[in-house]
Write a protein that binds this ligand. Structure first.
Ligand SMILES: Cc1cc2nc3c(=O)[nH]c(=O)nc-3n(C[C@H](O)[C@H](O)[C@H](O)COP(=O)(O)O)c2cc1C
Length: 377
């Protein structure tokens, strides 16, 4: 099979060129041209060696995207798509990248021929000759307006959750708590029973909303830590105080084991948040009248380790990987049975990792689980 062998050799000798063309064949240029003409992305080529880097080629998809015919495109600088909307951070970034002959991907506001705004995801790459000199730029355009609009709607949704839901709920929760702890005056036992149910449920709802907003912030990289030095035993005490009533209602004893008072440099509120979350989970999964042990120790001089151990059903080893991934309650019926957003452990992991620490779990099915995290000093 001489032909096959020939082809194989040709491909092998051409391995590093990123093409599958046979050397000696001249028909790749029409193929490349047809591919660019048929591409669904806008593609333009500009000539930086001419005044103001004009467009020298635009494919049909670019005309379709912008509404301009080729006679209105060729010879102009691409900035005509910005119209008067020139004060954009992305435009400045593009200007800098081009002057440094660097590639760039960004999103800009552009306008079609009929004046309609569209968000243009633009990638520009320099094209070099065999001496490494930049002789052209190639730009690839994508209309990402639908994506940006939906991101904006998601953003609005979070802002509604934050302002229209969390703010009134906090005041309802505050009022109910004032009745429950007696500051608002005496109520009879029957009313108190109802108030307790309302407090429990508003607490759950607040946790859920806070989890959703925290997750959003973490995802956007906008979650900031306020670092300070404190005694980690205080964090254990705070988490226990927060959950004492919930534990008592199930007959569960929360037992602190403080083995160190070594100072910790971390965000105290966030450490309490992680600890409360792990403790609330331990209470949720513990059988009534058992013990949840919260241990604080210093396994090394620069390491503080918190762990929360329960005598619950335990977790099978193949399930452990899923635990810290968002929306991954092990049994999908768990969310409804046990409550929670499905975000709790994912948030704990993100907070611990923001501190540069580690989080994990050890567990034996039928005996219980121990969730731990370590922060380094
Ligand atoms: C290959 C290439 C494609 C470009 N495509 C666009 C585009 O689609 N939309 C746009 O607003 N700007 C585009 N630009 C950027 C503008 O041409 C210009 O570089 C930018 O507005 C910054 O420079 P200026 O301040 O001189 O306008 C492209 C630039 C190059 C080199």
């Amino acid at each position: 099979m001489p032909e096959d062998n020939g082809e194989l050799k040709a491909k092998t000798s051409n391995e590093n060129s990123h093409t599958d063309f046979l050397p000696g064949r001249k028909d790749h240029l029409p193929l490349l041209f047809r591919a660019v003409e048929c591409a669904r992305n806008g593609i333009v080529i500009t000539d930086p060696l001419r005044t103001d880097n004009p467009i020298i080629y635009a494919n049909p998809a670019f005309s379709q995207l912008t509404g301009y015919g080729s006679e209105q495109i060729i010879g102009r600088n691409c900035r005509f798509l910005q119209r008067d909307d020139r004060e954009q951070v992305a435009v400045k970034e593009v200007r800098e990248a081009i002057s440094k002959e660097m590639p760039i991907t960004t999103i800009l506001r552009n306008y079609k021929r009929n004046g309609a705004l569209f968000w243009n995801e633009l990638t520009i790459s320099p094209v070099k000759d065999e001496n490494g000199r930049v002789i052209n730029f190639v730009g690839v355009q994508n209309d990402v307006t639908a994506r940006i609009d939906s991101e904006k709607r998601v953003q609005e949704f979070y802002s509604v959750i934050s302002h229209e839901l969390r703010t009134p709920l906090s005041s309802i929760h505050g009022a109910l708590t004032a009745i429950e702890d007696g500051t608002a005056g005496k109520v009879n036992a029957q009313v108190m029973r109802l108030v307790r149910i309302a407090v429990d449920n508003s607490t759950r709802l607040m946790r859920l909303i806070n989890d959703i907003l925290d997750w959003k912030k973490l995802e956007a990289g906008k979650f900031k830590l306020s670092l300070a030095t404190f005694d980690p035993a205080q964090a254990v005490e705070s988490a226990i105080n927060e959950l004492q009533a919930t534990a008592e209602a199930k007959g569960i004893v929360l037992e602190p084991r403080i083995m160190t008072h070594h100072d910790l440099f971390a965000d105290q509120d966030r450490i309490i948040q992680v600890l409360s979350n792990l403790t609330a989970n331990a209470i949720k999964y513990s059988s009534p009248n058992s013990r949840v042990i919260i241990t604080l120790e210093a396994p090394a001089t620069d390491t503080i380790r918190f762990s929360v151990s329960d005598r619950g059903p335990g977790i099978a080893s193949e399930q452990m990987d899923k635990l810290f991934v968002r929306f991954q309650q092990l049994d999908s019926s768990d969310t409804r049975k046990k409550g929670g957003s499905g975000l709790g452990l994912a948030i704990c992991k993100a907070i611990v990792e923001l501190h540069g620490g580690n989080i994990g779990v050890s567990s034996v099915v039928g005996e219980g689980s121990s969730f731990w995290f370590e922060i380094f000093g």
